[in-house]
Each structure stands twice: as structure tokens, then as C-alpha cells.
Design a protein around this ligand. Sequence first.
Ligand SMILES: *Cc1c(COP(=O)(O)O)cnc(C)c1O
Length: 229
Amino acid sequence: MSDNSIDISANLDIIRSTLPPYVALVAVSKFHPSEMIREAYAAGQRLFGESRVQELVLKKDELADLDDIKWHFIGHIQTNKLKQLMACRVDLIQSVDSVRLLEMIDDIAFKSGYVQKVLLQLHVAREETKFGFLPEEMTAYFEQRGYESLKATHICGVMGMATNTDDTDIVDGDFKAIRNVFNQIKTISPDLRGFDTVSMGMTDDYLRAVALGSDMVRIGSAIFGQRNY
Ligand SMILES: *Cc1c(COP(=O)(O)O)cnc(C)c1O
């Protein structure tokens, strides 16, 4: 149930006022009910991020009347749920963490006759998550021009998370590492078109991320309050 002490509209205003106009704001609504998404929508928010396929399917259905709402998928993807995820036709899958998954996505998109936009997830944080490409794995993929065999996938950029720590030097180092891999890829593959998104920054660190070159932030708690897992 919606917590009445949380003013979603005011929270969005505060966050927007701190973001440069070129930074996209993904409202991470995972674990929060559809009615809170409606509140954010009423306050002008159109882009939402979810991390579990089941939950996304349910919310998409509950919010089917909001026809210009856009969904990003930001969670770990089990391959046995991929078909179900892609049937949701999310605008952007941010959490592609292996070449195998990328090729499976490409296959499904190709067979279904559309182009799927994705970000490749980088693993730079210490211990936070075991998911994502290591920087050298990701640059190797581009050096080997693996993406040239993709038929129906548009790689729009990279996504990453910083270490969950109060040590701002470590956090900044992680964001620089993410941005650096993105820059390297642009150098390796200058022919890549529409490779222009660096998704980094969450509630506790998004201002640091923006200062270090993020153009897409994924913010949950600062908009919707704490999640009850
Ligand atoms: C949950 C989540 C977020 C949002 O986290 P907050 O700290 O609540 O802003 C951002 N990105 C990913 C990948 C997440 O899983």
C-alpha cells in the first residue's frame, strides 16, 4: 500500500531540479505497488525501471491504460524468463550481462520482427553483484567486432553500479571506470551508431555519477521511499 508520508511528486521535483537536462531519469519502481507508479506518472514521470520479470508483467497489465509509459528492465535475467520479459516489449534492457544473453535477445527480437535496445552491464564494483561483463571482457567483445553479427539488437551503451560504500573515492573510481570503458568502446568501434548512453547512479550516488559522465540515472528510494523486500 502507498505510504502517505511519501510525496512522490515533490520527490521527483527535487531530483529533477538537480539533474542537467540531458540526463534521463529512470524511476525505479521495483517492490512498490502500481498505485505509486500512477502517482509518479501523474507527476509527469514516464520512464520506469523494474528488476523482476513477474512483477513487470503484473504492473504492465495493471497500468495498461497508461499508453505512453516506458519500461526499462534493470535486473538480472534468467534465460528461462527471457521470452516472457521480451513479450513485455520493454523499451530498454539495461542488464545484459553476457554475450550468450545478448545473442538470445537478438534471436528473439529477430524472430519477432523488431529491434531490441539494450545496454551492456559492466561489473566494476567490489563484491556488490556478481553480474556483468568485466571491463576487459566487454572491450574484447568490441575488439572482436562480435556485435556485427547482431541482427535485431541495438546496443545503446553501458550500465553499471558503484560499490555500496561510504568511501566516495571508491565510488568515484567505479564511475570513472564505467565511463572509461564506454569511452574505450567508442574508440575501438567508432562506426557504432547510437552508442551514446552511460547509465550509472542511484539514490545515494547519482550526483557523483552525473558529475563523472552519467547520462541516465536509476533512482528508486529517493522517489518512492524504502523498499520492503
Ligand atoms: C534497485 C536498483 C536501483 C535503484 O536503487 P535506489 O538506491 O533505490 O535508488 C538502481 N539500479 C539498479 C540496477 C537497481 O537494482
